[in-house]
Design a protein around this ligand. Sequence first.
Ligand code: SAM
Length: 212
Amino acid sequence: MFTSAKKILIKKLQKNGITDNSVLEAFLKCDRHKFIPEAMSHFAYEDTALHIGYGQTISQPTTVAIMTQYAKIQKGDRVLEIGTGSGFQGAILATMGAKVFTVEREYDLFLMAREKFDKLGYGIQTKWGDGSIGWNEFAPYDAILVTAGSPSIPEPLKNQLAIGGRLIIPVGERDSQMMVIIHKTGQNEFSKTELPNFAFVPLLGKEGWTKK
Ligand code: SAM
C-alpha cells in the first residue's frame, strides 16, 4: 500500500541529500500513514510536517531523514529519542536495527505511541516524562536524537552519550533553530557541526524552555 507514493518521497529525499541506503530503505519499509490521523493519510507521503493533535507535529520526512543520516545508525546501536510524538522517527530507527528508547512529555501522545508500537510489533521502550534530562537508566547511548527545539544543549544528554556517540539536536530560538550534531570523541571531548534553517516545536522542560 502507498508503494508508489513512498518511491516518489524517496526520490525527494535523495534530491535533498540523503545518500545512506539504510535510511532510504527504512523509509520504504515504514508506513508513515499509520502514524498520523487516518483522515490525513492521503498526505502521509508528502514531504511536509503534519499536525498530530495536542499542538504537536510529525516532522517533515526530509528532516527525519537528515537527523537519522547524521546519527549513523548501526544494527544494535542503543538510541535515545526525545519527543516520541507520533512514533514515526522511533519506528525508522528501530527498522534500521537500533534498540530504541523514547521519551514523550505529553501523556496522551505517549499512550498513543506506546499502543502503536505494540500493535505494529516494534520493540521500542517508551517513557512518559521530561526528556530534556535524558533517560539515565539506560545510558550510555550510541546516538541521541532530540526532535524538539532547545535553547541550548542539555548537559545530561552529553553525559548520557557513549564515547563515539552522536547527539543530534535543534538549538536556537523558539521558532527557528540550527541542527547541531555533536560527536563525543572522548570522556569530555566533543566536536560540533551545525546546519541552518530548521523549525521545531519547543523542547519544554528542566533543560529546555520553561514556558509553553
Ligand atoms: N519525533 C516525532 C515523530 O516522529 O512524530 C516528532 C516529534 S514533535 C516535532 C516534538 C515532540 O516533542 C512533541 O510530541 C512534544 O510533546 C515533545 N516534547 C517537547 N518537550 C519534550 C520533553 N521535555 N520531553 C519529551 N518530549 C518532549
